[in-house]
Design a protein around this ligand. Structure first.
Ligand SMILES: Cc1ncc(COP(=O)(O)O)c(C=O)c1O
Length: 413
């Protein structure tokens, strides 16, 4: 578990400060126990008897986390051929990997379907036509855009007028192609967005999905995608997973009774790993300035938008905890900013902090999803290492990049 006790932040049974000392900063730290408990909570909340969790590894592709989920019986939602390849390499069962690409080239389908033997979830009519030409008389899944979208930011909404999925008014074209190429539509899928805290859009989308699935005779699974949100701000109301799970199970049960048994698939990413990770950074500079008579504080740290882009990209909120001053009175309001050459390089705006000084370690909380996996080498800076904590054990699972790593693809140096 990740939490504060007295003045210290603990990750599992270890003090965050000690992890930072051992592995240096910046460093991503994940708590395996939290991953496991999130997975179990999800499975228990959705009481459908034939449920398959397909972990969306775009959220976090740390190998230790993937192996943990594999051992729990999870499948994999892969959005690139390389994610599918990694899943197979790590021993995820082929039939429990679904490749949901967007703007997919023929070469990618040849690789994923032809070489890896992984089921393709088709995102457009054009892709279905090309799929049919390449792989006639095979199984396929179709991604439906149900005209309903939701998400924590407009960039995270994928249903409605977006580039994703087959629109409802294209279904006749789908049926024609399915007939012409003698395809078997075994899966009907949707993913309406990410970071959703309200159950209703999921249920509305599921109803649309069921309406589509009832028009095909070979459907084996309904996949309602991921998008289950987590609270990032204190006081934010969590998604009512019990309610959503119960209602979803009822809907799919009803479908199964009428049209024959189907599996229910969900593709959570953020829900599984979001609150299981923190980014530990060290304060390197404290800048106090006066602007129009008001004090402004910038707490500068040894990381930035290159390691955690969510605040810069989405204006996302992450709580910040001074890991060894956790119970000190919060007397400072500061922007926690990084070392990247951009004014948008923020990790937190207006964070409430205790009096911090150079050398203090801060934890950027809830950074387990879309943290490392969206990181970059911008400004020619290396990515941080990743460590996984399990109780009192701690393991380095991805090393810090080096200068040589940064140049490893350059042909002439
Ligand atoms: C197809 C698909 N499934 C599942 C997910 C996982 O979303 P989340 O991490 O919000 O659960 C995504 C992410 O956007 C996705 O594109």
């Amino acid at each position: 578990m990740i939490g504060v006790s007295g003045r210290y932040l603990y990750i599992g049974l270890l003090k965050a400060e000690e992890i930072a000392e051992s592995f240096g900063t910046p460093v991503y730290v994940y708590d395996k126990e939290v991953v496991v408990s999130n997975y179990k909570e999800l499975v228990e909340s959705i009481g459908y008897r034939d449920l398959e969790v397909m972990y969306a590894c775009k959220a976090n592709n740390n190998v230790e986390i993937l192996k943990t989920l594999r051992d729990l019986g999870s499948g994999l939602d892969a959005v690139s051929p390389w994610e599918a390849l990694l899943g197979l390499k790590l021993g995820f069962r082929r039939e429990k990997i679904l490749f949901t690409g967007n703007n997919v080239a023929d070469e990618e389908m040849k690789f994923v379907r032809g070489e890896l033997g992984v089921l393709v979830n088709v995102d457009s009519v054009s892709q279905l036509r090309r799929y049919g030409r390449l792989f006639p008389e095979t199984e396929v899944s179709i991604r439906i855009n149900p005209g309903i979208g939701a998400g924590h930011h407009e960039y995270a909404v994928t249903g409605g007028v977006t580039k994703f999925g087959i629109y409802l008014n294209q279904l006749e074209q789908v049926k024609t192609l399915v007939r012409d190429y003698r395809l078997r539509v075994v899966g009907v899928h949707t993913h309406i967005g990410s970071g959703i805290l309200d159950a209703e859009p999921f249920l509305e989308a599921a109803k649309v999905l069921i309406g589509v699935a009832s028009q095909f005779t070979s459907v084996e699974f309904l996949d309602i995608g991921g998008g289950f949100g987590i609270p990032y701000k204190s006081g934010e109301k969590p998604l009512d997973l019990q309610y959503l799970g119960r209602k979803l199970a009822e809907l799919v049960e009803g479908f199964s009774m009428r049209y024959g048994h189907v599996k229910l698939r969900v593709e959570p990413g953020r829900f599984i790993v979001g609150n299981a990770g923190v980014l530990l950074v060290r304060v390197v500079d404290v800048k106090e300035v006066e602007v129009s008579g008001l004090k402004k504080v910038f707490v500068g740290v040894d990381s930035g938008m290159n390691h955690l882009i969510r605040p810069a990209l989405y204006g996302a909120h992450h709580e910040v905890i001074a890991v060894s001053k956790a119970d000190w009175p919060k007397t400072v309001r500061a922007d926690v900013v990084g070392n990247i050459c951009e004014s948008g390089d923020v990790l937190a705006i207006g964070a409430e902090l205790p009096e911090v000084e150079e050398g203090d370690v801060l934890a950027i909380m809830n950074a387990g999803a879309y943290g490392y996996s969206m990181s970059s080498n911008y400004n020619l800076r290396p990515r941080p290492p990743e460590v996984v904590v399990y109780g009192s054990e701690v393991k380095l699972t991805r090393r810090r990049e080096t200068f040589e790593d940064l140049l490893s693809t350059s042909l002439e140096v």
